[in-house]
Design a protein around this ligand. Structure first.
Ligand SMILES: Nc1ncnc2c1ncn2[C@@H]1O[C@H](COP(=O)(O)OP(=O)(O)OP(=O)(O)O)[C@@H](O)[C@H]1O
Ligand SMILES: [Mg+2]
Length: 380
């Protein structure tokens, strides 16, 4: 077993504009739709049997992994693509895939509120701990909305300390500006102005990580639906512009407080917390489509994750991502080695949890993890 723990994940600080593909299908109230990148909903091209009689070696397991295969082919592609081909092949808008998520419990309620806010021309903000599904829900909402409006404009940015207003508005290309002056041709629009002009959805992810200076640049678009582009003029948003905020609760470290003026412009506060047992187990299963595990193991995974959330020595508990990681790793490991499933889970859990939790000062993560594992599956 590899003992090297991965470093603690911190929320992304990259700005990631994205677009979704329009689709004519009506929105389903059922619990799912397809997602571009993560793609958990796609049926595996190769069937993976839950129980294998013979243990499998590392090479075979890698060779048969659906994650290494081209989604359109059943085999690992050995073709070498040029960079241009890769751009064309991997462009999300060309892939036409739909997102699928679990919509039960708090997620359906949150989605309903987002529709209601949108319909009443109000701006919602999702608040919840890391990895609770805020971004997933927003992306799903943008896709569902595009099915109704035919407008697939969806832009987002993930704020951090270094995000400047110019990252939202856009900037002038220096070379073109020298030739043509501060003209429209020289301007590279930022995600906020694109969403405003297109009448699309803008997601301000981790909004409370932005500095006060950057937060203040959002006041005008939120109140007046206008935004000034230097040297060009003040733009008005097209009808349909919808601004969604998302953030971790402000008491968490590494975040600024949301300024009062900005706070006041969000009219619908949607709080998300760790989901109920049934919903979280569904989410774990949904994100582990290839290496199925039985119900008993799934429940133990949930119990391990859930105990990190009630443990008095843990400051930051495990998120949904840890449960998903545990399910995938356990599923693969069960194919590889003939061992008691509880033993497999116990061995793997420490590798997933080590960087996923943060203990209180003076408490060793390994000690807490060991005790949680042994409570759920016996001593690992
Ligand atoms: N309702 C859901 N259905 C299916 N999968 C979900 C759902 N909610 C969350 N997930 C999965 O959980 C993981 C974390 O979700 P997401 O990235 O949306 O969380 P987040 O709240 O935005 O986290 P952060 O605060 O770190 O940005 C993702 O892998 C996502 O696919
Ligand atoms: Mg997020």
């Amino acid at each position: 077993m590899a003992k090297k723990p991965s470093p603690k994940k911190t929320p992304s600080s990259n700005s990631s504009p994205s677009k979704l593909t329009p689709t004519k299908k009506p929105i389903s109230k059922s619990t799912t739709t397809k997602i571009p990148q993560k793609n958990p909903s796609q049926k595996p091209k190769t069937s993976v049997k839950p129980s294998q009689k013979k243990p499998i070696d590392n090479l075979t397991i890698l060779k048969s992994s659906p994650y290494l295969k081209d989604s359109s082919k059943s085999q690992i592609s050995k073709k070498q693509y040029t960079l241009k081909e890769l751009f064309e092949k991997n462009l999300l808008s060309q892939q036409g895939e739909k997102m699928e998520i679990v919509l039960s419990g708090q997620y359906q309620d949150a989605l309903d509120l987002m529709y209601e806010a949108d319909a009443s021309n109000l701006y919602p903000i999702l608040v919840g701990p890391p990895g609770i599904g805020k971004t997933t829900l927003c992306r799903f909402y943008a896709q569902s909305r595009a099915e109704i409006t035919g407008n697939d404009s969806f832009e987002w940015i993930t704020f951090d300390e270094s995000t400047k207003p110019a990252h939202l508005v856009g900037s002038f290309n220096p070379a073109t500006t020298i030739q043509k002056g501060f003209s429209f041709e020289a301007f590279n629009p930022g995600p906020l102005i694109k969403a405003m002009l297109n009448g699309g959805v803008f997601l301000a992810n981790e909004i409370n990580r932005a500095t006060e200076y950057t937060q203040n640049s959002l006041l005008e678009p939120l109140e007046e639906k206008t935004l000034a582009i230097p040297h060009i003029g003040r733009m008005k948003a097209s009808p349909g512009f919808f601004f969604i905020g998302a953030m971790n609760p402000s008491e968490l470290v590494g975040t600024h407080r949301l300024g009062e003026a900005l706070k006041d412009r969000f009219n619908v506060w949607i709080e998300l917390d760790y989901p109920d047992k049934k919903t979280e187990m569904k989410i774990i299963e949904h994100n582990n489509p290839y290496y199925k595990i039985n119900e008993g193991t799934l429940e133990k995974i949930y119990l391990i994750i859930n105990r990190t959330r009630t443990h008095h020595q843990i400051q930051t508990p495990a998120s949904l991502r840890s449960g998903i990681a545990l399910a995938r790793l356990t599923g693969v490991a069960q194919k590889k080695v003939k061992k008691d499933p509880d033993k497999i889970l116990g061995d793997i859990a420490s590798n997933v949890l080590y960087g996923a939790i943060q203990t209180k000062p003076g408490v060793k993560a390994n000690d807490v993890i060991k005790s949680i594992i042994s409570q759920v599956v016996g001593s690992a």
